[in-house]
Design a protein around this ligand. Structure first.
Ligand code: SAH
Length: 458
């Protein structure tokens, strides 16, 4: 960069650039005199004339005025509403290109943030068919010209755009959403108006068990009353294939948060079921459950392979959620201890352990960074420790306890390569060695990437 802090570019000026990278939100990155410029709809390798839209300190934003060359991996986005929706960021990139970009991103941050240039990062494991993978659809409902619409919020706005189909959703979800929308229109149900805080239906959510085909429909409404409730439920029951459950959730608050506190089963079961590998899961309207179960299995199989269990080990699963990884590990370990901060998730985890007949798993509610140090003080330790933290990564107190506890292996599952790299550095400085990292593509067409890393005591 030329002068420190000062952008070497001018607003509204044009520059010829070559794109090298993608940002985490799918923008192309080009450097002008070392100054990074982020540009939508630009792919690595492409050359373009770029107009600077917003120069800030340290980096700027631009847009393509003229593209001189197309990446051979550029493709026509198959979804007609891709540009307005914003749910996917890289449909204009071939799947091969997407996977390469994700692998490169993981390699780059491990070097830059983790100072781990030597650690082997394998190529990202992708899906055979990277479409129709999501098992959960959540669509906001509104009105346009007096008509009910349900779909997505237009990028950077609160206007709801109607949507007929979403090609990353499992087809069962898509169909269920359209049917429910149709029924709500027929009974002239009023959509929630967020400005006036009036009207009824706020969101439609549907979930489907990938292996079981069981479908749940959740209607999120402003008040418990819903005009024509019985007829609506009856019609949903008649028309939605695989339907096992219709649930109402009441959210009476002025908020962007989707769900309220009151949940009632209107028809059928409280749970639908699904399997990841051989492990069965009960999923309620409010349960957390991985949205891409096919790739979840790929990720957890890798975690299990890294843990290399022979049946004698005690394993700790930190940030265990509903116990998905814990139960995977329990198939092979002597004992698994899971920790999770959300009490309801732990209720689900216990139910799932029972459902599968595992009696070698225990779950505790609490912060991993408090519970695990207290276990350590009591003399409880682990041969293998698995962590799967949220995007902000592991708390430092937890990392310090791991370093003291000295489990032979740490298996780190991560949804954010940057915090993974930061935490690997801490564990390396504490005596661990990162042997390998495997990125897994859980969210095709988006820039998200999950990783699993294996560490042993050096
Ligand atoms: N391993 C689980 C979920 C991982 S998501 C699965 O595969 O399904 C991360 C989880 O960490 C969430 O369930 C979140 O509620 C939990 N969490 C967040 N902060 C935490 C903390 N400080 N201690 C324990 N759990 C926490």
């Amino acid at each position: 960069m030329s002068k420190k802090g000062k952008a070497p570019v001018e607003k509204n000026e044009y520059y010829d650039v070559v794109f090298k990278d993608l940002t985490h939100d799918g923008n192309g990155v080009a450097k002008i005199d070392g100054y990074p410029v982020f540009v939508p709809n630009a792919l690595p390798g492409e050359e373009a004339k770029v107009k600077i839209v917003k120069p800030s300190k340290g980096y700027g934003f631009g847009r393509v005025a003229e593209r001189y060359t197309d990446s051979p991996k550029r493709q026509e986005p198959p979804c007609p509403i891709y540009r307005e929706c914003g749910g996917c960021q890289i449909q204009h990139y071939s799947y091969e290109g997407q996977l390469e970009a994700k692998t490169k991103h993981v390699r780059d941050v491990l070097q830059r943030i983790g100072k781990l240039p030597e650690v082997p990062v394998h190529d990202a494991l992708g899906m055979e068919k990277p479409w129709y993978y999501r098992n959960k659809a959540q669509v906001p409902v509104g009105e346009k010209n007096g008509e009910l619409v349900a779909g997505f919020y237009q990028k950077r706005s609160h206007e709801i755009i109607d949507m007929d189909t979403c090609i990353i959703q499992q087809k069962e979800n898509d169909q269920a959403i359209q049917i429910v929308k149709d029924i709500l229109k027929k009974y002239k149900v009023r959509a929630y108006d967020e400005e006036k805080h009036k009207g009824s239906i706020r969101h439609i959510m549907t979930r489907v068990g990938r292996k079981t085909g069981e479908v749940m429909v959740v209607l999120v409404t402003r008040t418990a009353d819903l005009a024509h409730k019985e007829e609506i439920v009856q019609e949903i029951k008649e028309r939605v294939n695989g339907l096992k459950s219709v649930v109402q959730n009441v959210n009476s608050k002025r908020t962007n948060v989707i769900f309220g506190n009151q949940t009632t089963v209107l028809w059928g079961e409280e749970f639908i079921y699904d399997y990841i590998g051989d492990v069965k899961f009960a999923i309620s309207a409010r349960s957390f459950y991985q949205v891409n179960p096919v790739q979840t299995k790929v990720l957890y199989d890798k975690a299990l392979e890294y843990a290399e269990l022979n049946g004698d080990e005690t394993v700790i699963d930190a940030y265990c959620g509903i116990g998905t990884i814990s139960l995977f590990l329990a198939q092979k370990a002597k004992k698994v201890l899971g920790v999770e901060i959300v009490p309801q998730a732990i209720e689900d985890a216990k139910r799932n352990a029972e459902l599968n007949g595992f009696d070698n798993v225990d779950f505790a509610v609490g912060e991993a960074e408090k519970v695990i140090p207290s276990w350590y003080k009591e003399g409880i330790s682990a041969d293998v420790l698995v962590v799967d933290p949220p995007r902000k990564g592991c708390d430092e107190a937890l990392l310090n306890t791991i370093i003291q506890m000295k489990p032979k292996k740490v298996v780190y599952v991560s949804c954010n390569p940057a915090t993974l790299a930061r935490d690997l550095r801490v564990l390396e400085d504490g005596g661990y060695q990162t042997l390998e990292v495997q990125p897994v593509d859980m969210f095709p067409q988006t820039m998200h990437v999950e990783c699993v890393a294996l560490l042993t005591l050096g």
